[in-house]
Design a protein around this ligand. Structure first.
Ligand SMILES: Cc1cc2nc3c(=O)[nH]c(=O)nc-3n(C[C@H](O)[C@H](O)[C@H](O)COP(=O)(O)OP(=O)(O)OC[C@H]3O[C@@H](n4cnc5c(N)ncnc54)[C@H](O)[C@@H]3O)c2cc1C
Ligand SMILES: NC(=O)c1ccc[n+]([C@@H]2O[C@H](COP(=O)([O-])OP(=O)(O)OC[C@H]3O[C@@H](n4cnc5c(N)ncnc54)[C@H](O)[C@@H]3O)[C@@H](O)[C@H]2O)c1
Length: 483
């Protein structure tokens, strides 16, 4: 493969990618593998939010918390867990996995695949043109022969409540890069970030108050959020559901912070973290120069082409298209769109029918997600409510994990539940949810069943090993067959 230098003589490339997060890197890799020249523009760290302030550091920090909780669930092992977590070592482990916030390894990946890396803030400047500005360097204008792919990710949203400006709140950034444990931490928001951060910081020794206006994990089956709330409460966190923060104040910048809630109560903490959703990083990327509204989520077709832009050249992938704010799903979009860009450039026909090579069909039918809480919550596809709302004729099957001997051997007094949602007309699964210790590694079996549309008649021949947690499948399928 030809090497592409950082600065091609005329700064013209086949493909320009804005953002070198996991998604930008994947689209670049697939475009390069198809023989196209690629420049990737990055304003901060190659690897993006995921590598340095989201998935990777949060899971590096959570793993010791969960490992100790798992040991405590096994008699004989429990007695060996006598001390507290060594937070210095936990933070050092995190620092190792975020490579001390040094992106040279991931920048080397781009070099290895032959993509050019242009450091700076990229902005569209009309069709197929991108200007890049960086401190201390002259602006550059890059031109794309075939495609520009926007993969600029998302930013945390802070609620517009009195006092927020002076409250020095944490977002996912401080929640994942801090190396001191606040004695008291208030977390606002009961979605994925809120519950994982509550598990993590409570496990590291903070007294966490989690403030959620809806039941936890509202996009999953309700039992998942309920089990996670129970787990947090057992760990010592104060979980307050059905309330929201109406004001925040930190009169002394070095002192505690006080949240006022809409039930009239107050929460005093040493730090407050907002985990109240995300906004697209599209406010300052020149969308107006191509007729789109700055700051908007980008609406895309199945190949990730942005709708409403003429000429089939502008793609949006990952968080910015709001399909599924997940690294693995964005990377899938990167692979799919990368291959679509290559096909379009070569004027080859697209395979963009559902489940084709150039279609991101799984975004609609089979998005898997794991929350690394204690217990873990994992789901793929539709919940029972979503399936019913979508007009499917469904049957829901629920099983307690303790039916599976493997679960009991995995953890004494195992507490967990599984649900599958069956499409009665097609005899396939529309969705599966697991909540319980160790279920994260079980989820891919469900993802294969849902994405593969495996008929239940065939699924009964996929025999789970005795005695594994996966035996829950046997009990789900038997319960279904026996009606
Ligand atoms: C706390 C937390 C934990 C999470 N945990 C998980 C998890 O366990 N699993 C999971 O699948 N998902 C998780 N997510 C979601 C995941 O982080 C995102 O879905 C993922 O990072 C999206 O990847 P991306 O490449 O679209 O964006 P990003 O990772 O945000 O990368 C975008 C890149 O674009 C760059 N950029 C932005 N604007 C410009 C510009 N104008 N010019 C040049 N460069 C630009 C940014 O600097 C950044 O490097 C988590 C999120 C949070 C907040
Ligand atoms: N393990 C994982 O896969 C993982 C982990 C963390 C985050 N993520 C992803 O990152 C994205 C962002 O996560 P998130 O948790 O920030 O967003 P989210 O949208 O999932 O949850 C935010 C929650 O905050 C609540 N909220 C909003 N404003 C509020 C207010 N003023 N007061 C009280 N509550 C308020 C919302 O009702 C919602 O439940 C999600 O799409 C999530 O899937 C994934």
């Amino acid at each position: 493969m030809n090497d592409v230098r950082d600065s091609q003589a005329d700064d013209t490339y086949d493909v320009i990618v804005l953002g070198a997060g996991p998604v930008g890197q994947n689209v670049a890799d697939h475009a390069r593998a198809g023989g196209l020249t690629v420049a990737v523009v990055e304003r901060e760290l190659v690897g993006g939010e995921c590598s340095y302030w989201a998935c990777v550091p949060s899971k590096a920090l959570l793993r010791p918390v969960i490992a100790v909780a798992d040991a405590r669930r096994v008699d004989g092992a429990r007695q060996a867990v006598t001390g507290r977590l060594d937070t210095d070592r936990v933070f050092a482990r995190r620092d190792h996995y975020v490579t001390d916030w040094d992106d040279s390894g991931q920048a080397a990946f781009l070099k290895d695949i032959g993509a050019g890396l242009v450091r700076g803030q990229g902005r569209l400047d009309g069709p197929r043109r991108v200007t890049v500005t960086a401190e201390g360097a002259a602006p550059r204008t890059l031109t794309a022969r075939h495609a520009v792919a926007i993969a600029t990710g998302s930013d945390p949203v802070l609620p517009d409540i009195p006092g927020i400006g002076g409250a020095r709140p944490w977002t996912n950034r401080q929640g994942t890069d801090s190396s001191t444990v606040p004695a008291r931490l208030a977390i606002v928001g009961g979605g994925g970030v809120g519950v994982e951060m509550a598990t993590l910081w409570q496990g590291l020794g903070s007294r966490v108050t989690l403030i959620a206006r809806h039941p936890l994990l509202p996009r999953m089956e309700a039992f998942a959020g309920e089990l996670v709330a129970d787990g947090l409460t057992r760990a010592g966190a104060d979980v307050r559901i059905g309330v929201q923060a109406t004001a925040v104040r930190r009169p002394d910048p070095a002192g505690p912070v006080t949240l006022t809630l809409d039930d009239g109560s107050e929460v005093v903490a040493d730090e407050v973290m907002f985990a109240t959703g995300r906004a697209p990083r599209t406010g300052d990327i020149g969308l107006d120069t191509v007729g789109l509204a700055p700051g908007s989520w980008l609406d895309v077709d199945t190949t990730c082409l942005v709708r409403g832009v003429e000429g089939d050249w502008l793609y949006a992938l990952g968080d910015v298209n709001h399909r599924a704010l997940l690294t693995h799903q964005g990377k899938y979009q990167g692979r799919t769109a990368g291959d679509a860009i290559v096909a379009r450039a070569a004027r080859r026909p697209l395979d963009d029918a559902p489940w084709g090579d150039h279609a991101t069909t799984a975004d609609q039918h089979a998005v898997p997600q794991v929350f690394f809480t204690d217990p873990e919550a994992a789901a793929v596809g539709l919940s029972a409510d979503e399936a019913t709302r979508a007009g499917h004729r469904v049957r829901t099957v629920d099983v307690d994990f303790t039916a599976a001997q493997g679960a009991n051997l995995f953890a004494d007094h195992y507490q967990g539940r599984a649900r599958m949602v069956v499409d009665l007309d097609r005899d396939i699964l529309l969705g599966v949810t697991f909540a319980g210790p160790g279920v994260s590694e079980l989820l891919h079996s469900a993802t294969i069943a849902v994405a593969g549309e495996v008929p239940l008649k065939r699924l009964r021949h996929a025999v789970a090993c005795f005695p594994t947690v996966s035996e829950v499948w046997l009990f789900l399928l038997t319960a279904y067959e026996r009606g």
